[in-house]
Write a protein that binds this ligand. Sequence first.
Ligand code: NAP
Length: 545
Amino acid sequence: MAVQETDPRSTPSSALEFDVIVIGAGMSGLYQLYRLRELGLRVRVLEAGTGVGGTWYWNRYPGCRFDSESYSYGFSFSQEVLDEWDWSEHFAGQPEVERYCNFVADKFDLKRDIQFSARVVSAHFDDDSHSWTVGVDGDESYRARFMVMAIGLLSAPTMPRFEGIEDFKGTSAHTGLWPKEGIDFDGKRVAVIGTGASGIQAIQEIAKSAEHLTVFQRRPNWCVPLHNDPISKQEMAEIRAGYDELFEHCRQTAACFIHTIDPRGTFEVSERERYAFLEQQYAARGFSMWQGNFRDMLTDHAANQVVADFVADKIRGRVKDQTVAEKLIPKDHGFGTRRVPQETFYYEVYNQPNVELVSMLDTPIERITPAGIKTAAAAYEFDVIVYATGFDAVSGSFDRIDIRGSGGQALQESWSLGPRTFVGVMVDRFPNMFMIMGPHAALGNNPRSIEYNVEWVTDLIDFTNRNKQTWAEATPEAVGEWNAFVVEKAEGSLASEVDSWMTGINLNVEGKQMRTVVRYAGTAPEYRARCDEVAAGGYKELRLQ
Ligand code: NAP
């Protein structure tokens, strides 16, 4: 129930250094800063890196690029940005995306409120002053009424737990922590461990210059062609003219992607029509095959098998050595039930004489040695080892900060059985803390979700300020209700039956071996309808005082 009086114990805002601390200067943090500044609030963004961009700052590995259409994956809030920024490719590469983030930050003079090289290590709520004290590595701390976690859902890189990693004498790097100076692969013997979306993008690029590339794959993923192309001036003009329509379309689709799920069931069409459609989707750009397929592909095993068999045949057709092809075809999960990596001649890489695939299901890595990698079958020597081993996803970036809410409650303890949130934005016992792209918020086309979440949080902060409230907290009932809804939405989805970061699994992280519902599986329009209802109803689901 909303309580309108101001709690007499709270410290007046004027006595606090900042009204809001935002953690992270990726796309979420940048837009949050922009919006809060419009309210005239004192905001400080704390960013661990030395530049803006978040994901697009850290993941500078070779081949890193968008795999959603560039024009659908930028900000939509500023007509000026839309007018002034030209995308050079349908799927922009990391350097261009990082430039874009800088362009937006510079255009709105955002950097003056961002403190770089400031890694947040702690955030403690004080019940008396109704404020957060946020501690940065190196002893500094900041106090603010509100704290916005804009820390990303795939931003805590994880290394495998192999023995000997530190002993390796060559060069090594994780894709998510790639050195700014880059790594030269020319004439080098290179290993890549991991074949998720990052590994696949890196492998197809590294294979071009490495003397020899050995790919260590545990479980294969289903990959489909990206079909990237440059964007001509004429095409960019057409895209720009259609921006309004494009963003309106994204607002209507299930996960805000350009692609629309086909309303037909797999077996409602003739076999001929079915395969013609699958050919068309395989030849289409980006996530067409995944996000634009028959409506039952991700809920019906038989329907899913049709697509899996179709894609398996494509892999067999593209890889010359059929033993290698079979190793590249997933046998443990259906098509699209894990995140589908997008590729550009990825499978053809295995036809090159300088590329070898080692299946870790047959010959697991036993240890890293000073000279390279030892598997159950052989010892390999390498100059470079690339760890494309993924992230402690969704809640991992929260776990790396000592977050304590009301009464000293640790967030990690609150989430020990999996995250529980109200609309992915708030947590009971963590007053005045808001999350952008938090667990159980609608994700998919992330910039679309970011813009919506940021605007919702901004409106709520504005509401509390106008009502002279200094405490905003989701009630346990509201969290319980949202959690039940999220769990219900995950039921019946084939993705819920599979081990992946999307079901909370990371074998490299203690305590993340059990499947949990970490993702909201409902549609984005449903999600927004619920959030809009909360705001329109005066935030009755929150304790405001
Ligand atoms: P990931 O999908 O989690 O893949 C990690 C890979 O490393 C998997 O192949 C995994 O094998 C392997 N691995 C991890 N630990 C291992 C170990 N101890 N031994 C052997 N293999 C191990 O991570 P990611 O590729 O970085 O991608 C994460 C997410 O980031 C993607 O799903 C996507 O959402 C996002 N992403 C987006 C883009 C883009 O938009 N363009 C690009 C890259 C990534 P198992 O599967 O057997 O665990």
